[in-house]
Every structure is written in structure tokens, then in C-alpha cells.
Design a protein around this ligand. Structure first.
Ligand code: GDP
Ligand code: MG
Length: 466
């Protein structure tokens, strides 16, 4: 997404303000130009861009920076606030029993989004079900069923029935036990009468609590027309914007939806069921500006921790790790948890200070290497004894040789792993020194920010974000 560039270019510009306590008109002019360039490239409507930059200019020059803030912080905060305004609010979505109807054009990502949303709700502790009513597209049933399986959620569809309304009705009966029923529908190339008739019929039969419109981010500004048309036909409560990973026009779509008075509920960032996030304007914009998205990151970390705990048949507790020894077994658990958080580069985007900055400087395959290292570390640890996992100090040359043979990995890799463990142990020790050993995310993040802010570090060297 072109908007990703906004963070790095803007940070560069803002960095020139470092050390200054007053801002000149030229300074502001330069910042505003950067923003205009990025937003226009991201297909945000010209008049919106102009409004936004006028607002930023005016505020940056007229408002008094609060005592104790630098010129840089002052401008950054104004940019942040104006950008949050540009994308609008998040669709309200209570975690309660409900039926949600998904509408949208052919290929916009409805079926994928249905499974993604179901997965998301399941992680919130609700029981979701996907009901597939698309009888037009060959393979729609199989696709939806497979996605629901990947999301590990209930599914209803009927490949032998060709009346979508009948499927919707039977589906709602069949999924009575579920908390959140997500009704997927067929699309058309354009919003024509046929589509409207069909979606209105399904809507009448399913009586959903919410209608969500699914829009491909590549629509850019024209997302506005779509949102307006669907609003007029069935009324929409929120929008899911998909394929933000694949297009430069995401910013245009986001701003356009807000312009119509609709709000955004979800963002789709890939083809897998986990590639979804709830739209949180604050977090989204802070991430964009390279301020990191603490909330998303905290959520992911907590979810990953909870899943690790669930799967453990022993009583490993991440909190123990902060109390006493940090063993190889702890490290393994942490790596498992990291894997569960999703692709490393996405996680890195959420870490303040790391966001954009360092990642941009890495060669493209640096992330893969890191993932690959993690996998080989896991293989190596599988070849260790319980005793070795608990007491890595005991691993000398002869054990290293044995472990390397057993795991089919080079000895250097084994040493690398032990090195990595020592490094992480040192980091953990620091946290231990800071408090009573409680998992205080905020504090951990702060620490990371300080470490990452220097810009050096480099994941390529194999540092884990924590
Ligand atoms: P539908 O016709 O509206 O049901 O759309 P689908 O859910 O079948 O999606 C159409 C295509 O877009 C499929 O190939 C999906 O894998 C892909 N797709 C959907 N959402 C995303 C996304 O967020 N990112 C990417 N890269 N691809 C997506
Ligand atoms: Mg579909």
C-alpha cells in the first residue's frame, strides 16, 4: 500500500524538525507536501487532501505547542489527529449474538471476509457460523466450506439447492447454536437490478442485525459510489475493505467510505483467514505514521500467549519466565507464540520504533531468513533432552555435535541458537530488574521503543522483537 511510504517519508521530513522548538512556515510547508504526495498517490480525493493539508497548516502554525513538547511532536500530533479524522470511525460491533449479512460485487472478497470475520469472532470467544448462499458461482460452496474449515468455524451450505433464499433460511435454522451467523452472498460485476433483487430477498429472509458491504481496496475513490449505491438499496452498517495488502489505492478507499457517512468495520490484508483486523482508526494511523500500533500488538501477543497456554498439557506459564530462569524451553514457547502471531513482518509493523523504519532497510528476504531460522531452531530443540532444555549451560562441544547430528542441522546453527538464547536471557533479566516480574505490556513496549528507536539493531542479525 502506498500509504506505507507515508510513515517513512514523513518521519524523514519530521526528523528535520528535531531540536527545533519553533516551527517555520517552510517547515510546515514541507511536511504538508509530503503528506499530499502520499495521499494523492494512494488515490485519496484531491479536495479531501487539500482540506486536510489546509487544516494541518493552520493548526501547526496557530496552535501553541503544549509546554514540554518539541516542534516535531507538535506537528506529528496534529498530523495524526487530522489523519484519524480523514478515515473516520470504526463500525460499532458488539460482541453478542447476531446475524451479519455480507454484500458486495463479484470478487470483492466476501467469501474470504466471511471466514476471516468468523475466525475473528471465534478468537473473541463467540461461536460463529458461515452460511454460504452463493448459488451462481461454480465452486462457491467448496471455497466457502474450505475457508470455514481453515477458520475452524461452523459452516452451512447446500450445493444441491439453487435458491439462495431457501439456503439462507435453512442455514439459519441449522446454525441455531452459533452466536454469530455470517451470511455470505453472491455478487455481480456491477450493482445491477438482479443483484439488488437477490440481496433484498435474502435480507428480508435472514433479517440480519447488520449489513456489511465488502469493497476491494483497489476501487480507491470509487468505493464512494459503491457505498452510496448499496446504502440506498439495502442500507449498510459498515464496510470491510479487502486486499489492502495488494494495492496502492487503500487510502482512497478508506477516505471515500468515511466521506459517504459509512464507517469501516474490518480490513483485509491477505488471503489467509488470519489476515484480518478490526479497523481501529487510532491504531491504524499511528502505525502508518510509524508510531506503532500498541493495541493490535498487545491483542496479538495476548492471543498467542493464551493459545500456547491452552495447548500445553504441562503447566508452563509465561509469567514464570519473568520470575526465575529463562530456559531453552521458555524460548521455544516464545517462538511458538511468535509463530502464532502471524507473519513476522506484520508483527514488526506494529512495534513502535521498528515500524517501517528498520523493516524498510532490510533486504526483502530478511524476514524469510528469520522465519527459516526459527524453524531450524525448533528442529534443533526437538533433538535436545529435557535436561538440556532446562539447563542449556550444560551443552558443550560433544553435546553440540550430538544435537547437530540428531537434528540434521549444522553445528554452527546449534551454537547460534545457544547464542540467541543467551541474548534473550539477558533481555529478560532486564525486565526482571525493572519490576515484580509481571507481564506489563506497556512497559515492555516502552523498552522496545527505546531499543528500536536508535534505528540500528536490525532483525537480520536475528534479534527477536522480544
Ligand atoms: P467474493 O467473490 O466476493 O466472494 O470474493 P472472494 O472471497 O472469493 O475473493 C476473491 C479473490 O480475492 C480470492 O482469490 C481471494 O483469495 C482474494 N482475496 C480476498 N481478500 C483478500 C485480501 O485481503 N488480500 C488478498 N491479497 N487477496 C484477497
Ligand atoms: Mg464468494
Amino acid at each position: 500500500m502506498v500509504l506505507d511510504d507515508l510513515g517513512s517519508s514523513l518521519r524523514g521530513t519530521l526528523d528535520k524538525l528535531r531540536g527545533k522548538s519553533r516551527i517555520s512556515e517552510e517547515d510546515v510547508e514541507e511536511v504538508v507536501k509530503e503528506i499530499q504526495r502520499s495521499l494523492l498517490q494512494a488515490d485519496v480525493d484531491v479536495s479531501l487532501v487539500m482540506d486536510l493539508s489546509d487544516g494541518i497548516k493552520e493548526r501547526a502554525l496557530e496552535e501553541e505547542p503544549p509546554a514540554g513538547t518539541t516542534a516535531r511532536e507538535h506537528v506529528l500530533r496534529i498530523v495524526y489527529e487530522e489523519m484519524v479524522d480523514l478515515v473516520g470511525e470504526s463500525t460499532e460491533l458488539p460482541l453478542e449474538e447476531q446475524t451479519i449479512l455480507l454484500a458486495g460485487l463479484y470478487g470483492s472478497g466476501k467469501t474470504t471476509t466471511a471466514a476471516k470475520m468468523a475466525w475473528w469472532f471465534s478468537k473473541k470467544g463467540l461461536r460463529p457460523a458461515v452460511i454460504q448462499t452463493d448459488t451462481d458461482r461454480p465452486g462457491a460452496y467448496d471455497q466457502a466450506k474450505q475457508m470455514a474449515e481453515r477458520a475452524e468455524v461452523d459452516f452451512y451450505g447446500d450445493p444441491d439447492e439453487d435458491d439462495p433464499v431457501a439456503i439462507a433460511e435453512a442455514g439459519l435454522d441449522a446454525t441455531e447454536d452459533a452466536d454469530v451467523r455470517i451470511v455470505d452472498t453472491a455478487g455481480r460485476d456491477g450493482l445491477n437490478e438482479e443483484l439488488i433483487d437477490q440481496i433484498e430477498e435474502i435480507e428480508a429472509a435472514a433479517d440480519p442485525d447488520r449489513n456489511l458491504l465488502v469493497i476491494d481496496a483497489a476501487m480507491g475513490q470509487s468505493a464512494k459510489d459503491q457505498a452510496q449505491e448499496f446504502e440506498e438499496s439495502i442500507g449498510i452498517d459498515g464496510v470491510a475493505i479487502t486486499k489492502l495488502d495488494g494495492t496502492a489505492k487503500g487510502g482512497g478507499a478508506l477516505a471515500a467510505v468515511n466521506e459517504t457517512g459509512s464507517s469501516i468495520a474490518f480490513l483485509g490484508t491477505g488471503e489467509e483467514v488470519k489476515d484480518v483486523e478490526r479497523f481501529e482508526p487510532d491504531g491504524f494511523i499511528s502505525r502508518l505514521l510509524g508510531m506503532g500500533d500498541l493495541k493490535q500488538l498487545t491483542e496479538r501477543v495476548e492471543r498467542a500467549m493464551a493459545e500456547s497456554r491452552e495447548e500445553d498439557d504441562d503447566d508452563w506459564d509465561p509469567e514464570d519466565m519473568l520470575q526465575g530462569q529463562f530456559t531453552l524451553r521458555d524460548m521455544k514457547k516464545q517462538m511458538d507464540a511468535m509463530n502464532r502471531m502471524g507473519p513476522l513482518d506484520q508483527v514488526m509493523d506494529m512495534i513502535p520504533g521498528l515500524g517501517g523504519g528498520i523493516k524498510d532497510q532490510l533486504p526483502d528476504d530478511a524476514m524469510d531468513v528469520t522465519q527459516e531460522r526459527m524453524r531450524s531452531f525448533e528442529v534443533i530443540m526437538d533433538s535436545m533432552t529435557e535436561d538440556e532444555l532446562e539447563n542449556p549451560r550444560k551443552i558443550g562441544q560433544s553435546r553440540t555435535e550430538r544435537i547437530a547430528r540428531g537434528s540434521g542441522q549444522p553445528e554452527d546453527r546449534v551454537r547460534e541458537l545457544l547464542q540467541q538464547h543467551k541474548m534473550m536471557e539477558r533481555t529478560i533479566k532486564q525486565f526482571q530488574g525493572m519490576g515484580q516480574g509481571d507481564m506489563d505490556m506497556q512497559r515492555m513496549m516502552k523498552q522496545m521503543q527505546n531499543q528500536g528507536g536508535g534505528g540500528g539493531g536490525g532483525m537480520g542479525g536475528g534479534d527477536f522483537p522480544f
